[in-house]
Design a protein around this ligand. Structure first.
Ligand code: NAP
Length: 180
């Protein structure tokens, strides 16, 4: 069996995502669903922490999220002051953002909060992924899947519309078995 080479894990970094059974996470720049219970869970898990998100996801927010700071990835940076209306910091590369994340001391926590481009680049560095798995399928143009290197753990919340799981990053021991 091929060995999975995982990128360096950053202990303060987790990802949080909601997806339908085929991996749809967004449609026309928005969430395709409205699930108040999942939004409440997102709020309680991320409150007081820093959200890492792509420029498109940030622009999709109706208003700044109370109690949370946003760190935004945009190749154009913030030279034109686009993001000054919100408590936000802008990074023009993943490396610059990850350097800043590593420089912060506990108890500071970071949540990778989408969209697909940002999950693809940052979730592999996370120690956990909180995944809300929806029961129904939705039309979508933005997709994502949990990357290799994570194993599904406990159920955090279950309703008739979705189940939320905690995924743990795993490591291989010398015998080739998975260790979480
Ligand atoms: N279901 C969920 O849990 C969930 C969560 C969040 C978002 N979403 C959905 O996801 C969709 C948006 O996802 P998306 O993939 O289209 O966009 P996105 O990841 O939110 O943002 C993409 C933007 O991020 C910037 N970026 C990406 N990689 C970069 C890098 N390496 N360096 C610097 N900047 C970088 C670029 O901004 P510039 O163009 O400014 O350079 C790029 O256009 C929406 O439909 C949203 O509702 C779903």
């Amino acid at each position: 069996m091929g060995q999975i080479i995982l990128p360096e894990a950053i202990p303060s970094m987790r990802a949080i995502v909601a997806m339908d059974p085929s991996g749809v996470i967004g449609f026309r720049g928005r969430l395709p669903w409205h699930l108040p219970e999942d939004l409440r869970l997102f709020r309680s898990m991320t409150m007081g922490h820093t959200l890492l998100m792509g420029r498109k996801t940030f622009e999709s927010l109706a208003k700044p999220l109370p109690g949370r700071t946003c760190w935004i990835l945009s190749r154009r940076g913030d030279g034109d002051g686009r993001f000054h209306h919100a408590p936000a910091q802008v990074f023009s590369s993943v490396d610059a953002m990850l350097r800043a994340v590593r420089a912060e001391l506990p108890p500071m926590k970071f949540w990778v909060a989408g969209g697909a481009e940002i999950y693809n680049q940052l979730a592999p560095h996370c120690v956990e992924i909180i995944q809300t798995a929806l029961v129904d399928n939705y039309a979508g143009d933005s997709h994502w899947q949990i990357p290799p290197g994570f194993v599904r753990g406990e159920v955090i919340l279950s309703t008739n519309k979705f189940t939320t799981y905690r995924w743990h990053r795993y490591f291989m021991n010398e015998g080739g078995s998975k260790m979480t």
